[in-house]
Ligand binder design. Structure first.
Ligand SMILES: Cc1cc2nc3c(=O)[nH]c(=O)nc-3n(C[C@H](O)[C@H](O)[C@H](O)COP(=O)(O)OP(=O)(O)OC[C@H]3O[C@@H](n4cnc5c(N)ncnc54)[C@H](O)[C@@H]3O)c2cc1C
Ligand SMILES: NC(=O)c1ccc[n+]([C@@H]2O[C@H](COP(=O)([O-])OP(=O)(O)OC[C@H]3O[C@@H](n4cnc5c(N)ncnc54)[C@H](OP(=O)(O)O)[C@@H]3O)[C@@H](O)[C@H]2O)c1
Length: 521
């Protein structure tokens, strides 16, 4: 990324950028900002959770250990001295956008798309009908997950229908169909492992409203369904296109998917195995049940010339004690920031936020809230680069403000009664999760409860380094914490002296007024 023109930003008065959301888009934005040397930058990356990584922590399936390990690479950005992680702060709730903007030359919105799309059919709100967002949040240990609702729904779940044939639907189907032992190596919280192990799941049906050639899942994820210890994948040959009948098969991805599906048509369910059925050309019409879901009524479809599912009027009813609606995520507005109600995205031009059709100076957007809820983690890297290129061009062109001093964000947050979690605190959470996992012979166990997360966060504060210098994982995390973090008083970015513990620095730099709430144990 090259920026030609010299700017008035200096190491003493760097370009100050606040990034809203510490998921992949936020972290890749911070990475792109700090991996150029034309303009000195200081980046605050704020998240409503006390933990970074967004959907990499609370979305990517727990049994996808390699993908989740992406966090190790992403952590390098958080370790950059020009980057400060500020967790446990919800923008639009703990602080307004106007206040946030007064602390920075530029703000980049990367807060994702956490809502769920609705089916808009009768019965959708019955108990036993869950959005994939709810189930995924629960099994990944998101602190806002509704445990009672999900666990109640799972306790009845003999016959499960997952609506949608995207990769999230396959994740959900796989997690529900896995034998309990297959999930032991994951980071799932203990109560999640127990509830999944106790759930009486016998059959999981994944339902596509169009044909297999239109499914959005990818071949690797599809193939993985066939490798589970306690499940048999079943496919109705009538759902597959007749060989040589369609131009769609010319698409390599589609051809690969069809070949995998065709390999399963002869399957016979093994005794005692979960039956995992993939069904296509069926769209949900209504969820049936008095007090809770008992079945789902579906209509047979054909795909028209425009690729749309068209109902044939042929109805059938599938028994279902649990219906999981996996029909996509949805972005939402922030107070003071509109999104298009249909696409759930912020209007932009190359990442520059548009308000009433005009570029809004100093506001940018990246990730799912910019593009909509599609794309893998890596997609956000290219996306963030486009946005950062626009931002740096604006900075170099003198478009952004250069007030001599702006208020320090963390200090401002504390003066507002917020309870920010900084890098040292996140490291303490990290160490606590590793220690919790080790106690049960696992690599890590996710802390899912907000109070427990905050208690763990505060355990990293004010502990003399000698006391932290013991063996074990807590010591490892504490040692890493001592490698340095950035302290930025108003308008300056200074490196933490090596002899000063980050806890002392962060406590000093965000010193709380006596009246402010604290979660310290
Ligand atoms: C269930 C699921 C599984 C997936 N699995 C894979 C996979 O295996 N491989 C793959 O490559 N991709 C996968 N993806 C896609 C990948 O996760 C996304 O492309 C990526 O996470 C989008 O990044 P983002 O930063 O835009 O959003 P997010 O990851 O959602 O990050 C947004 C962040 O913003 C924070 N935030 C929200 N509101 C506020 C606020 N008001 N103030 C402050 N912070 C806020 C959130 O807490 C979150 O940390 C999966 C997606 C889902 C939904
Ligand atoms: N392992 C991985 O790499 C991985 C894992 C999980 C997620 N992801 C990525 O994350 C993104 C989001 O995944 P996703 O699965 O939520 O989204 P998605 O790929 O858009 O899938 C949504 C599914 O819901 C269906 N649908 C939408 N509205 C419907 C309705 N009213 N009735 C019935 N079906 C309906 C869609 O069918 P139509 O096509 O007919 O609309 C589609 O099958 C994707 O880009 C995905 O690849 C990646």
């Amino acid at each position: 990324m090259s920026v030609d023109r010299r700017t008035s930003y200096t190491p003493e008065r760097p370009l100050r950028v606040v990034v809203v959301g510490a998921g992949p888009a936020g972290l890749y934005t911070a990475e792109a900002l700090t991996r150029q040397d034309a303009i000195p930058v200081a980046v605050d990356i704020v998240d409503r959770l006390p933990t970074p990584f967004g959907l990499v922590r609370h979305g990517i399936a727990p049994d996808h250990l390699k993908m989740r390990a992406l966090r190790e690479t992403m952590h390098r950005t958080l370790d950059d001295p020009a980057v400060r992680f500020i967790g446990n702060v919800e923008i639009g709730v703990d602080v307004s956008l106007a206040e946030l903007r007064s602390c920075a030359d530029a703000v980049v919105y990367t807060y994702g798309a956490s809502g769920d799309r609705q089916l808009g059919i009768p019965g959708e709100q019955l108990p036993g009908s869950l959005a994939a967002t709810e189930l995924v949040a629960w099994y990944c240990g998101h602190p806002d997950a509704d445990r009672a609702t999900v666990e109640q729904a799972l306790s009845h779940a003999r016959s499960v229908v997952v609506v949608g044939v995207g990769n999230v639907a396959l994740d959900v189907a796989r997690v529900l169909a896995r034998a309990p032992g297959e999930l032991e190596a994951t980071e799932m919280p203990e109560h999640v492992l127990q509830a999944l192990s106790a759930a009486p799941v016998e059959q999981v049906t994944v339902l596509g409203r169009r044909g297999p050639a239109q499914a959005t899942f990818t071949t690797q994820e599809l193939r993985e369904l066939g490798g589970m210890a306690g499940a048999t994948v079943l496919v109705d040959p009538a759902d597959l296109p007749v060989e040589g009948s369609g131009g769609a098969v010319a698409d390599r991805l589609v051809a690969r998917n069809l070949a995998v599906l065709a390999g399963w048509v002869d399957h016979v369910p093994a005794a005692g195995a979960v039956r995992l059925m993939l069904q296509f050309h069926r769209r949900p019409v209504r969820l049936v049940g008095r007090d809770r879901v008992e079945a789902i009524e579906v209509e047979r479809t054909v795909v028209d010339a425009d690729g749309r599912a068209v109902g044939t009027g042929e109805l059938s009813v599938l028994p279902a004690d649990l219906v999981v609606r996996s029909v996509g995520y949805q972005g939402h507005p922030l107070p003071g920031l509109e999104v298009d109600p249909r696409s759930g995205t912020v209007a932009h031009a190359s990442g520059r936020v548009l308000r009433q059709g005009a570029v809004s100076r100093g506001e940018y957007v990246a990730g799912w809230i910019k593009r909509g809820p599609t794309g893998v983690v890596g997609t956000n890297k290219h996306d963030a680069r486009e946005t950062v290129t626009a931002l740096l061009e604006d900075a170099a062109g003198g478009v952004l403000g250069t007030q001599p001093a702006v208020m320090d964000l963390a200090a401002m947050l504390v003066s507002h009664g917020a309870d920010p979690v900084l890098l040292v605190n996140w490291r303490a959470i990290d160490a606590a999760e590793v220690a919790l996992g080790a106690a049960r012979g696992r690599a890590r166990t996710t802390l899912h409860d907000r109070a427990a997360l905050l208690a763990a966060a505060r355990s990293g504060e004010g502990v003399p380094s000698a006391d932290r210098d013991r063996s074990g994982d807590g010591a490892r995390a504490a040692d890493r914490a001592e490698q340095g973090s950035a302290d930025r008083s108003a308008g300056t970015a200074t490196q933490t002296p090596a002899t000063q513990t980050p806890a002392a620095v962060t406590t000093a730099s965000v010193a709380k007024p006596a009246s402010s709430p604290s979660s310290s144990p």
